[in-house]
Ligand binder design. Sequence first.
Ligand code: 13P
Length: 251
Amino acid sequence: MRKNIVAGNWKMNTTLPEGLALAKDLDAALKGKTVNCDVVIGTPFTHLATVAAAIDTAKIGVAAENCADQEKGAYTGEVSAAMVASTGAKYVILGHSERRAYYHETAEILKTKVNLALANGLTPIFCIGEVLEEREAGKHFEVVEEQIKKSLFDLSVADFGKLVLAYEPVWAIGTGKTASSDQAQEIHAYIRKVIAGKYGQEVADNCSILYGGSCNASNAKELFSKPDVDGGLIGGASLGVDKFLPIIEAF
Ligand code: 13P
């Protein structure tokens, strides 16, 4: 069956010393503790190798927040999936709405990134989600369906089975406004149905679908209690162990 996962996305926060301290604090807080979910932290590229070397990566997986859409070569400033994998990171967050909106990442670009991530042994945490106008127009189901189909539905069954999905309604990101647990359940169940339609019920049932968007210590338990919500992708509340640990312990 699918895994429960609580993943942090630090975004463009923390200097290397600050990020290292945060990772070590989390590592220390989890030492000797039994938790009922997988724990992942997504850090800036500059932190990956140092963080991965400083923590017990069997307990805390490390994720990049992006990777290039090219394998290697003359792409100044880019970081390839192979480079990410060589740091000890095991995951890569792809398709985050901030990357789609601010860096113009299209479904086609994201498809290439997913393929490169998988080819380099990384687990993509693939983000989907609608903006407020789409939600208000009742288009959220078709928006996420399109995002999934356009970037992921050329994958083989075996490769699709390696993905983690994260539903992040854009209107809930960093706004303090969370989707209700019923809204999350409704669309997570829909996403699973879309997957089942293409890859079959078993693949759909095995796919972890995380919720992201102002998830915190106060609402995590309620969100995670829903049958199709398999954990969270946490932004702001992943930047302090005091805020992140209670979310992990919500499972
Ligand atoms: P917040 O938890 O800060 O709303 O961010 C969610 C997010 O974008 C995680 O990827």
